[in-house]
Ligand binder design. Structure first.
Ligand code: SAH
Length: 474
């Protein structure tokens, strides 16, 4: 398949990095995470999802084409040249028709696209957000200045023309910047000013500027995995650091005694408090603070937490946070990240300076067609009795007889050389278990009955069997 068969803007837009088969993309993502974490723990196969129209957030920039028609689209990567985008295979389905209605209404209301060079005109960008389960869509109009006076009427017509739009707000951004939003206040024109997004059976308020994962259905898969790893029983005191709008804290609250959530964005904390009230949740305390300062203070007070969730931004956590977290001594740390490189750096710190062992990393594809991948890592505190295990290589935990035993790496190398197939440690462990061979205990987390864990395909199973025979393990 050629790139332009998938999307005519593939090479110019810069939004997608992949156009090959989705299976291949997932394999690449697993390989990438494996290459970072191989020294720490097994890597599970990346959990994929529906790769079309998954984005619940869309941004479009307004301008004119050569004939003077109003267009909406994006700047060609690295340039100031606007190209029209009529449709996008990743963005939610109704977004093109909402943007079309806005362009049409701009003509009838005399709203002109803003020109960033001459500071003339009105409308600069439009941001759309959709709650997949509620079906609600919010529109944020970003004007280059505050001159246009009939914003309210314009907003009312957008709502009338687009049945899914429940809220229209606006913000002024007159800065010479490539940032879409400014620090100016967001003002409500029509509706509540936020949409409702639902995860599992919980409802969350999502305002135009608050952080919320951009792939609703895969977020449930991600959090389900994080919760599974946390192994909560209802008795734990839990920390949710970098908690945003409180999603993880609230989801965990049903399975913990209490949750303390810390986040430094005040408006996200307010939204979280509102959502908790709406959902009738009373065992979560939301704290508006820098996560590192908060955790350092908790350590000073000699507080203990049973489980800690961390979900920091791309830059990862910092030494102040991690060194204090070690002092809080949670039995399990579940670390969610959208940047496995900074995550691996932080995991290394926790292993080196705390008594933590990394049990597994699970990549979850939240951003199909892009090179990004989300990862969840489980770290477990090692009690003094467990110290022998820390120094053991995973393959040494494998209890097959020494003389006939091949390491996972040897099996992978054999399968690659002979069958030209890449197989993961997870697949090898599945086939070994099927053959009655014991597998290292770290592989037991991926119980085959867990429907989220991918099963080894027959072709790869046959290749692994061949390797096991070759190494006289069966
Ligand atoms: N767990 C949330 C948000 C994750 S995004 C969710 O899944 O929805 C990372 C969050 O970390 C953002 O909300 C950001 O505002 C917050 N953040 C960034 N630096 C921080 C810091 N130093 N202290 C506390 N929160 C921080």
């Amino acid at each position: 398949m050629r790139n332009r068969d998938i999307c005519p803007l593939f090479s110019r837009c810069g939004g997608c990095d992949y156009s090959s088969s989705y299976k291949r993309e997932l394999e690449d993502k697993t390989e990438y995470v494996y290459s970072l974490f191989a020294r720490h723990c097994p890597t599970y196969e990346t959990i994929g999802c529906n790769y079309e129209h998954y984005r619940n957030k869309v941004v479009s920039t307004f301008g004119y084409d050569r004939k003077g028609n109003i267009i909406s689209g994006l700047y060609i990567k690295g340039t100031h040249h606007l190209i029209e985008k009529r449709d996008c295979p990743l963005e939610f389905e109704e977004s093109p028709s909402i943007l079309r209605s806005i362009r049409r209404l701009m003509r009838s209301y005399g709203v002109r696209p803003y020109d960033e060079d001459s500071f003339t005109g009105d409308l600069r960008h439009v941001l759309l957000r959709k709650g997949h389960k509620s079906g609600e869509v919010l529109v944020l109009l970003i004007f280059g200045n505050d001159r246009y006076e009939k914003k309210k009427e314009f907003a009312a017509s957008i709502k009338d023309m687009c049945p899914s739009v429940t809220s229209v707000s606006y913000q002024v951004n007159g800065e010479k910047t490539s940032m879409i939003l400014s620090d100016n206040p967001i003002r409500r024109l029509i509706g509540k000013g936020y949409i409702e997004s639902q995860l599992f059976n919980l409802k969350f308020r999502v305002s135009p500027s608050s952080f919320f994962q951009i792939n609703d259905s895969q977020t449930e898969v991600l959090y389900d995995m994080a919760l599974h790893m946390a192994g909560l029983t209802g008795k734990e005191k839990v920390l949710d650091a970098y908690s945003g709008t409180g999603t993880i804290a609230m989801i965990a609250s049903g399975k913990a005694e209490k949750v303390i959530a810390v986040e430094n964005n005040g408006s996200a904390v307010l939204s979280a408090m509102e959502s908790a009230k709406e959902n009738g949740i009373e065992n979560v305390t939301f704290i508006s603070d820098d996560a590192s300062s908060f955790v350092k203070n908790e350590a000073k007070k000699k507080e203990h937490y049973d489980v800690a969730f961390l979900d920091p931004p791309r830059s990862g956590s910092d030494e102040k946070f991690l060194s204090s977290l070690i002092k809080l001594a949670p039995e399990r740390i579940v670390y969610i990240s959208c940047n496995p490189e900074t995550q691996e750096r932080d995991v290394r710190y926790l292993e080196r300076f705390g008594h933590y062992k990394t049990i597994a990393v699970q990549p979850v594809d939240m951003f199909p067609r892009t090179r990004h991948v989300e990862t969840v890592v489980l770290l477990s505190q090692q009690k003094p009795d467990d110290t022998i295990e820390i120094d053991l290589d995973l393959d040494e935990l494998d209890a097959t007889t020494a003389e006939t035993k091949a390491t996972y790496e040897e099996i992978k190398a054999y399968v690659w050389d002979k069958h030209h197939l890449k197989v993961s440690s997870l697949y090898i462990s599945q086939v070994k278990r099927k053959c009655g061979l014991e597998v290292g205990q770290n592989y037991n987390l991926s119980k085959s009955e867990n429907p989220k864990v991918p099963k080894c395909p027959p072709e790869k199973e046959a290749a692994i069997m061949d390797a096991l025979k070759h190494f006289q393990m069966i």
